[in-house]
Write a protein that binds this ligand. Structure first.
Ligand code: HEM
Ligand SMILES: [Cu+2]
Length: 644
């Protein structure tokens, strides 16, 4: 017993669970379904047992929910790391945690956020909505979909195993059992970039486990990407062509294509590193391929990876924002082109992470040019979002606040990135907090903001209930200054020379660091507000009875997922409306409604203002589309009118 690491025990337990679940899910004998014999029950009936149902589900919506839950757990875990980093930096010396813990924190924070928070959450949203948006019954490969998901929890456990084994080891020690290997597996301290030769030489055995976990998560991500690609190519309904494929599906398609080319490179590099560590190969040894080889391979994955993170977020904003401002996405086609352009360009810029390495000056200049040029498609998107909001019906709902602030902060982050692409300035700020400030402004502005926006926008659809609007707005209004306070000071400190990844710093940076940590605290508070809202509104929120919570019919944007929702509501008998009144409502032009937008159209759900219930939807000059009964409570998802 003494020598079994916690990871093995955990893996064994998971395996046993999966075996039991599979065994129980097996039908007595294969059914005929008119096609081939699958050996597994393919009916839509779900097992009654809660645990078996969720362990064995192959339904795209269920798997989407599982992804969202896993992503949320990872976000909270990685967020705790982030808060612990900021806590350490409250003082110039290592008074809170020690240097080892600090190094482990920024490593696990980075890895968790990138691979187990962002990608799973977007894959979850895609799983849930993409088939509905393109009129498919399910993903192309439902069971492979389930496999792709279930590879992730074990890989998260492997990557973060150091902490798990440490807790396990100390716990066992506490009750008198000593398992030294558990304590030898210390949390990894290599940074998410895992630069060799350092990582080839570090003794900690947990590094090997983490590398394996990363490899596994890469496999999971690649499988999921293939599923998305095949689904979009092969499962579209007849009336969904390339020209009217929605912007979110375009984004997920491009992202998945990047995954397909980027992750295998990471996988290969990880295997090479494992071989170097354990089997005496010399891929990255100085006398072999050299440490630079790692950097090339890593960044050929690493730079596209950041676009794997942001493209789904871009496309979520492009999808949600027009609906919230009552206008169609400005320049739809160019937003698609810019998405594709980013997809291609993202592979041509990796060496901007290596400007200080001493590569040939002409080569370096070439990478500077490609790096600068990738700003163009990003700017195209930014301007299109702004143009979409222009003359829009701006209502300060929480999802709108997140979209608008996201676009604004993204612009700051993007411009600071243009500076780092310029070689001389990059020489100045390389490996300083400037870089950390720059990329967090981007990723925080676009990624969690778009997720928060989507979580509010689709909350009624996902749960059949309305969220608490006041709490939601309070959340947005703590998150936005929180992000600015946290990451703007980093730009200043970095420009002044404060290196990144240091637990200690000169006294002069103390005020900046305190501001940044206060900002982080605000972010933390905001996340807690979001959690409370999601959980409480799911439990006791006002039930939705009218599917058009966002007044989308008025602007001809009552898209497929909402029509699907409306049909479902009608089927459940909870709806005041019948089938979706598609034809007439759909022909109306968005521009027409901008004029006759009526401020009184909304009422407040969260506060006790039932008083303005009566004036709801008095504008009956509209045609058939929206003459359904408007229970004011149903309009709660949309926030109060806010004339221009
Ligand atoms: C979308 C969310 C986020 C992502 C994807 C993300 C990603 C990352 C990555 C990749 C690193 C680099 C790790 C390394 O240098 O090895 C990092 C570092 C860091 N992050 Fe985040 N992060 C996110 C949110 C946050 C939040 C909310 C905070 C603050 C509460 C935060 C604070 C930090 C700090 C202080 C560092 C250390 C910088 C250093 O010393 O190099 N991050 N993050
Ligand atoms: Cu890059």
């Amino acid at each position: 017993m003494g020598r079994i690491p916690g990871i093995v025990l955990l893996g064994g337990a998971l395996l046993a669970l999966a075996t039991v679940a599979l065994w129980r899910g097996r039908p007595k004998r294969p059914r005929r379904d008119g096609g081939y014999v699958t050996g597994l029950d393919v009916g839509t009936e779900k097992p009654a047992n809660f645990v078996v149902r969720w362990l064995t589900t192959v339904d795209h919506r269920d798997i989407g929910v599982l992804y969202l839950l896993l992503g949320t757990v990872a976000a909270l875990w990685g967020g705790v790391d982030g808060m612990m980093i900021r806590t350490e930096l409250l003082t110039p010396t290592t008074t809170v945690w020690d240097v080892e813990t600090y190094n482990a924190l920024f490593t696990t924070h980075g890895l968790t956020m990138l691979l187990f928070f962002v990608t799973p959450v977007f894959t979850g949203i895609a799983n849930y909505f993409l088939p509905i948006l393109i009129g498919a019954d399910d993903m192309a490969f439902p069971r492979i979909n389930a496999i792709a998901f279930w590879l992730l929890p074990p890989s998260l456990a492997l990557v973060r195993g150091g902490l798990i084994t440490e807790v396990l080891g100390k716990g066992l020690e506490f009750v008198g059992v000593s398992v030294p290997i558990l304590l030898d597996m210390r949390p990894v301290e290599m940074g998410w970039t895992m630069y060799t030769p350092m990582t080839a030489e570090m003794a900690n055995p947990q590094i090997d486990v983490t590398l394996l976990g990363l490899h596994l998560s890469g496999i999971a991500t690649t499988i999921a990407a293939i599923n998305v690609i095949v689904t979009v190519f092969c499962e579209r309904d007849e009336d969904v062509g390339w020209a009217n494929l929605d912007i979110f599906s375009w984004g997920m398609l491009t992202t998945s294509a990047i995954v397909l080319f980027a992750f295998p490179v990471l996988g290969s590099a990880l295997v090479m590193l494992l071989l170097d560590r354990n089997f005496g190969t010399s891929f990255f040894a100085v006398e072999g391929g050299g440490p630079e080889l790692w950097q090339h391979l890593f960044w050929f994955f690493g730079h596209p990876e950041v676009y794997i993170l942001v493209l789904p977020a871009f496309s979520l904003i492009s999808y949600v924002l027009p609906k919230l401002v009552g206008r169609h996405l400005f320049g739809f086609r160019f937003v698609v082109y810019s998405t594709l352009a980013i997809g291609v360009l993202s592979f041509g810029v990796w060496a901007h992470h290596m400007f200080v390495l001493g590569m040939h000056p002409q080569l370096r200049a070439a990478f500077m040019v490609t790096s600068l040029s990738i700003a163009v498609p990003s700017a195209v998107k930014t301007f299109n979002w702004i143009a979409t909001m222009w003359y829009g019906r701006l209502r300060l709902s929480a999802p709108f606040l997140f979209c608008a602030a996201g676009v604004g902060i993204f612009a700051i982050g993007g411009v600071t990135g243009v500076f780092t692409a310029v070689i001389p300035y990059d020489m100045r700020v390389h490996d300083t907090l400037y870089v950390v400030g720059h990329f967090h402004l981007i990723i925080m502005a676009i990624i969690p903001f778009s997720m928060f926006a989507a979580s509010y926008f689709w909350f009624p659809l996902l749960t059949g209930r309305l969220y608490d609007r006041r709490l939601a707005r309070a959340q947005a209004l703590t998150m936005i200054p929180g992000v600015l306070l946290t990451f703007l000071p980093m730009l200043v400190m970095g420009n002044d020379g404060m290196p990144r990844r240091y637990a200690e710093y000169p006294e002069i940076y103390h005020p900046h660091q305190i501001v940044a940590s206060i900002g982080a605290l605000l972010i933390g508070v905001s996340v807690v507000l979001w959690l409370i809202n999601m959980i409480q509104s799911y439990r006791i929120g006002i039930p939705v009875r009218d599917a058009d919570v966002w007044d989308l019919k008025e602007t001809n944007q009552f898209s497929r997922e909402w029509r699907w929702f409306e049909r479902r509501l009608a089927k459940q008998g909870g709806a005041a409306v019948g089938e979706a009144p598609e034809p007439e409502a759909e022909t109306r032009q968005a521009e027409a409604m901008v004029e006759d937008w009526d401020e009184d159209d909304e009422s407040d759900q969260s506060g006790g203002d039932a008083s303005d219930a009566g004036d709801d939807h008095a504008d009956d000059d509209h045609d058939a589309g929206d003459d359904h009964a408007d229970d004011p409570a149903n309009r709660g998802g949309a926030d109060e009118g806010q004339g221009e």
